[in-house]
Design a protein around this ligand. Sequence first.
Ligand code: NDP
Length: 293
Amino acid sequence: MTENIIDGKAFAAGLRARIADGVAAFVAKAGRAPGLAVVLVGENPASQVYVRAKHKATIEAGMESFEHRLSADTTQAALLALVAQLNADPAVDGILVQLPLPRHIDENAVIAAIDPDKDVDGFHPVNAGRLATGIEGFVPCTPLGCLMLLKDRLGDLSGLNAVVIGRSNIVGKPMAQLLLAESCTVTVAHSRTRDLPAVVRAADIVVAAVGRPEMIRGDWLKPGAAVIDVGINRIPADGGKSRLVGDVDFVSAAAVAGAITPVPGGVGPMTIAVLLRNTLVAAHRNADVPFEA
Ligand code: NDP
């Protein structure tokens, strides 16, 4: 890898190894393994891949994985009853309901039903509020992973101009809050932003979470900028196949950026590693064992 490429895969592997050590230490103190419950409703193929990957990573870290696969016609009441059961189960430290849910289920109602102290995805409004007000809670895994990569590469972020492109509750908004908490000057861009290239050109840090293949080009960037590409887009490739690309046009951007995450192998592997970290933190809190990061 060339020097300016941020190897998220290697960073995530290191983080997972440290988490596995942390899990072993937790088991020695608490007499049980941390437990993560993952709930999948329906047969969305991408969700099935994510849930399988989360299960494997949880086991590899030495944690207990509780998988609940429900049929696509599960009622909202049945799902809420399962969430209530998991909230009350002392073996379950973290609860993750895989999104998207089938259309007949109100996602917000389900997220709100999860105990905020088991909400290892950090999507509960209480955790969003904690993040916005600087109270310790759970932070969504993907933006927290992006922040870890940035701090590892740049060190102190204070005073840097950061532009986050995208304002979803899952990525863009929490990313902006995290960068603000690091004392960056933060701009949040979205589909109504005027002259996005000019906004991006002012940034020392660019986080792209848009969902549009290769939209951000090298000639939009300030030379030396750090670029974090959250996008995962599948586009047609030669021979009737497909390939994954980010929201950033990697080749042109890598020629200008001071640091850049590739797709795949950048932000993607961080998400599950941070989920494991959040679960380990939850287990310490639930068992009243101090967490040493
Ligand atoms: P959403 O679709 O929820 O949000 C996309 C955001 O991009 C919106 O705020 C939207 O603006 C903005 N946007 C859309 N078009 C433009 C445009 N032309 N110019 C500027 N802004 C625009 O997506 P997510 O936040 O959930 O995900 C973003 C990307 O990250 C996706 O590719 C997704 O697959 C990927 N992802 C990757 C993860 C990982 O583990 N690496 C995890 C989660 C997501 P507006 O609000 O105005 O509509």
